[in-house]
Design a protein. Structure first.
Length: 402
């Protein structure tokens, strides 16, 4: 596939995640009121989706190693589109959560194949640069999703915002069917053999480089999840913003993330992986600490939240391409399985974070502040210590595993 096609595909495949989460966030308060649901139930429409998203990758990964990426992508996008239609016509919060779980199951196939595709085609450093380009496209979709969701829910209804996901799924399905060329050169015929599967999982989980970069990507995603799970209630309910205004706030965050992906490519070219991650760790910790200190100082304005969040988003735009490509770099034939385990760990941590948030939501900004400050501290610890010790990225010393 031409490089531009690969990058566009990555933008679609990785971008399905912000489309699925960010597009409906402006509609979430009205959905909650329409169903007579609690804030905790509303947050489960996000955390349950991410849990199923994470777990499903453990199945999709070995399947893609065995049969190739394209058939898994076609199956996942078809299931996603149908589940999105079902979510739009749900008539209770319980049914909406059920359809969101199915969306998460399908989304696992799509995002997992996107990460594995990079390992199929590129060495680690080039892979991180290509991934950052794809994640720039993800950032563009993340910029568009909240304003679009706010417009649709404000001028039509919440169902329109949910149906927009089905349209995205269908268009992605058509593009993959037409332009995706199988990236797996040699299918792993033993990928689904139970003994081989367990052996691969163990090989992956005991690899220090995998664990290090998975910790980085997981902690970075946990910070993002805290913001996603709390922001619509904070800005719409507490600060009184409209859905459209909230969409503009999310646009600013996504723009900061895009800035991070551009900065990531420049830093990788000039400084290498370890120093790039260390710098991003400093950005993350600065943003989280600034938010916490301003809150403790009694400064509770909108900018006391947004400015730190935008700094954290720049760091997120660096951590994700480095963490996701770094975690699967040591693996060849098991790239799909490694991508799946990385995604599983990210979503398990996000689900645990969502559970904590649902238990500590008190109608204030405090859960957001505490959650983001905690996870940015974890990011800095991983970036400054674990990555510097175990984050080897030498393309000449990769290993092929079956």
């Amino acid at each position: 596939m031409p490089p531009t096609t690969v990058v566009f595909l990555l933008a679609l495949l990785m971008g399905i995640q912000p489309v699925t989460t960010d597009l409906y966030l402006p509609a979430l308060p009205s959905i909650t009121e329409g169903f007579g649901a609690s804030m905790a139930q509303a947050q489960y429409t996000l955390s349950a989706l991410l849990l199923s998203f994470g777990v499903s990758q453990l199945i999709w990964g070995p399947l893609s190693d065995r049969f190739g990426r394209k058939p898994i992508l076609l199956a996942g996008l078809s299931m996603y589109t149908l589940a999105a239609v079902g979510a739009a016509w749900a008539d209770s919060i319980q049914l909406l959560i059920t359809w969101r779980i199915w969306q998460g199951l399908a989304m696992g196939a799509v995002v997992m194949c996107g990460r594995a595709l990079v390992r199929d085609l590129y060495n680690p450093i080039n892979g991180a640069q290509v991934m950052s380009k794809g994640l720039t496209g993800l950032g563009v979709l993340a910029c568009m999703s909240p304003p679009l969701g706010g417009f649709l829910s404000g001028h039509i209804n919440a169902k329109a915002a949910l149906l927009a996901m089905a349209v995205f799924g269908l268009l992605s399905l058509v593009f993959v069917a037409a332009f995706f060329k199988e990236s797996v050169r040699h299918k792993n015929l033993r990928a689904l053999v139970p003994s081989s599967l367990v052996r691969n999982w163990w090989m992956i989980l005991k690899n220090p480089t995998f664990l290090t970069y998975s910790a980085l990507s997981s902690a970075s995603f946990a910070v993002l999840f805290v913001f996603l799970a709390t922001s619509s209630f904070v800005f719409i309910k507490l600060f009184g913003f409209s859905s459209a205004q909230y969409g503009l706030i999310m646009f600013g965050m996504s723009s900061s993330y895009i800035t991070g992906t551009f900065l990531c490519r420049w830093l990788l070219t000039n400084l290498g992986m370890k120093r790039t991650v260390a710098i991003a760790g400093g950005l993350s910790l600065f943003g989280g600490t600034l938010m916490g200190v301003l809150w403790l100082a009694g400064i509770h304005s909108i900018w006391a939240i947004l400015l730190p969040v935008y700094v954290i988003a720049v760091g997120h735009g660096i951590h994700q391409p480095c963490g996701q490509t770094g975690s699967i770099a040591p693996f060849g034939k098991a790239a799909g399985t490694a991508s799946a385990v990385n995604g599983f760990l990210m979503m398990i941590l996000a689900f645990a974070t969502g559970t904590w948030l649902s238990q500590h939501s008190d109608g204030s900004v405090l859960p957001m502040v505490v959650g983001m400050w905690f996870w940015t501290t974890c990011i800095a610890a991983v970036a400054w210590f674990a990555v510097q010790k175990y984050g080897h990225q030498d393309a000449q010393h990769e290993h092929e595993h079956s």
